[in-house]
Design a protein around this ligand. Structure first.
Ligand code: BGO
Length: 267
């Protein structure tokens, strides 16, 4: 049986460079069914049993762009064995917004922090042990361009896929938000496996109507939405976005340090 690893990340994070490095000429390019979004998959160099699926570059798992919908429908319905989440280390705060969402899907995630060659030059440091602990997932530093640790990242994704252990999201929003998410989770039907409940509960709270096509039973969560909007005096989508950014900024404060003395030498 082959192992499927999905490559997910923001546009410009180096995903194509990594995909090419991992698959070489073993690539198949087509379109996602019904849409003109490019679909690329390839076999991992040296291990033909491992399929790398290159998802479209996206900033979020929201329903606003074709790319986001294609990527999340694939992740939800096809359920790859693991997600290799590539993040641009020079822009990590923005990239983690997607990462926190990927980790709610109940699929094992490993994070590859890319552009490490640039960080070495600027003197910025990402403390990957701390980052790994805060996110509850393995983290590896890579340079897709230079080929540094790219194969190691893929091998670790394969090992993770074989272990089949989904990450348990360690991040928590404020207790008030968590209580509402919990209440929605309890209303979800048996068609939603336990490890995916957080993802679907948050999507329902965000009033994401497109997600309903992925669910057999759709609970009425209008009471929970009203409660949350009254408590936070905002709309639920903005509340959840804000909760994510608060969590991400606490991670950045703890895990990233800038070196003010070193400057990027562009020559
Ligand atoms: C150009 N290190 C460095 N330094 N650059 C990297 C790395 C890395 O580890 N990984 C990727 N890049 P994509 P998406 C470019 O194309 O893979 C660079 O969108 C240029 N092009 O080389 O395309 C990579 O698939 C002219 O840069 O990302 C590429 O996720 C001048 O990041 C860019 C400078 O990589 C995006 C860069 C004509």
């Amino acid at each position: 049986m082959s192992i499927k690893i999905a490559l997910a990340g923001n546009p410009n994070c180096g995903k194509t460079t990594l995909f090419n490095a991992l698959t070489g000429s073993n690539q198949f390019v087509g379109n996602w069914p019904g849409v003109t979004v490019e679909k690329k998959e390839g076999k991992l160099k040296g291990d033909k049993e491992v399929i790398i699926m290159d998802l479209p570059g996206i900033y979020s798992l929201s329903p606003y762009t074709l790319e986001e919908v294609v990527a999340r429908n694939y992740l939800i319905s096809e359920r790859p064995d693991a997600i290799l989440n590539i993040v641009d280390g020079t822009n990590i705060e923005r990239n983690l917004y997607l990462s926190t969402q990927l980790m709610e899907l109940g699929i094992p995630v490993i994070m590859a922090v890319n552009m490490i060659d640039v960080l070495e030059k600027t003197g910025e440091k990402i403390h990957i042990d701390k980052l790994s602990k805060r996110l509850g997932c393995e983290v590896v530093e890579i340079s897709a361009l230079k080929g540094t640790k790219t194969m190691e990242a893929a091998q670790r994704a394969v090992e993770l896929a074989k272990r089949k252990n989904a990450n348990i999201p360690v991040h928590e929003f404020t207790p008030e938000a968590e209580a509402v998410i919990q209440a929605v989770e309890e209303k979800l039907g048996l068609d939603i496996p336990v490890e995916q409940k957080r993802f679907f509960a948050i999507k329902l709270l965000e009033k994401d109507e497109k997600i309903q096509s992925q669910m057999k039973t759709i609970p009425d969560v209008s009471k929970e939405i009203k409660q949350m909007e009254e408590e936070f005096d905002d709309d639920t989508e903005s509340i959840i976005t804000n909760e994510r950014y608060v969590f991400i900024s606490s991670i950045i404060n703890e895990c990233c340090t800038k070196n003010k003395t070193k400057k990027l030498n562009t020559s």
